[in-house]
Ligand binder design. Structure first.
Ligand SMILES: [Zn+2]
Ligand SMILES: [Zn+2]
Length: 243
């Protein structure tokens, strides 16, 4: 689904991933769940492009529902796979560290079961390791289609990073700011639930950093696009607090 000029949202119903087109070349931001490969192939064909046009896969962070089919893109399309240096080891090994909270407090939420059910069918509960990754750091502008700039927003994971497309006024926030809570189902701008975060306090503080980005359109890792600007999204996420 087109969400902005030359930006397309793909989703299996839980996590979002986005194709950014630039002069006939493509960058993918996040790679869904492992079973979402065919969605990518279909969308690339609809755009009249070829898999070899997919230059890069940028991972906002190393969680299974975002690393998805990155390794397959690397081997089948020859794309380079990028992640923040602090998440590189997890992306390469598939071994995730401890989180800040337990998932048990969410057991009475239907949304938890919806998320798990959809991801299970897509093989999205465990990371498929990416054997070769390139790393980026805060503030870097990457010489890839869309010329994304890295905004490091640690807390959800140590390497959690948004990707800012400055000339388009668009920021892709991954799970630093979402508009649908994958454990409670709550809608609206908010940080990810504690059960998925390595450091929830840090995730809250990173909202201030995100607030320094000027963009009208926010494309989150979970939930619908947010069109009322970064400042308002950050204000509401602070108001929502932790979950
Ligand atoms: Zn995540
Ligand atoms: Zn996620």
């Amino acid at each position: 689904m087109k969400v902005a000029p030359d930006i397309y949202r793909l989703t299996q119903g839980v996590s979002n991933f986005y194709l950014v087109e630039d002069g006939g070349k493509l960058t993918l931001v996040d790679a869904g769940a492992p079973g979402d490969w065919n969605q990518l192939v279909g969308e690339v064909a609809v755009l009249g492009r070829d898999l070899v046009d997919l230059e890069a896969v940028l991972l906002t962070h190393a969680h299974s529902d975002h690393v998805g089919f990155a390794e397959r893109a690397r081997t089948a399309a020859g794309s380079s796979v990028w992640v923040h240096e602090a998440d590189a080891k997890v992306a390469k090994t598939g071994k995730v560290g401890k989180t800040d909270g337990k998932v048990t407090p969410y057991l009475f939420k239907a949304e938890l079961y919806r998320t798990v059910f959809i991801l299970l069918r897509r093989g999205g509960i465990k990371i498929v390791p990416v054997r070769e990754v390139s790393t980026f750091a805060d503030g870097e502008t990457l010489g890839l289609p869309g010329r994304p700039r890295v905004v490091h927003l640690p807390g959800h994971t140590p390497g959690m990073s948004a990707l800012f497309l400055e000339d388009r006024g668009v920021v892709l926030t991954g799970d630093a700011l979402v508009t649908r809570n994958p454990l409670t189902g709550r809608r609206g701008p908010q940080i990810a639930p504690s059960g998925f975060n390595t450091d929830t306090n840090q995730a809250m503080r990173s909202l201030d950093t995100l607030g320094g980005v000027t963009a009208d359109l926010v494309l989150p890792g979970h939930g619908e696009p947010w069109t009322e600007g970064v400042a308002e999204a950050v204000r509401l996420a602070k108001l929502a607090g932790r979950s």
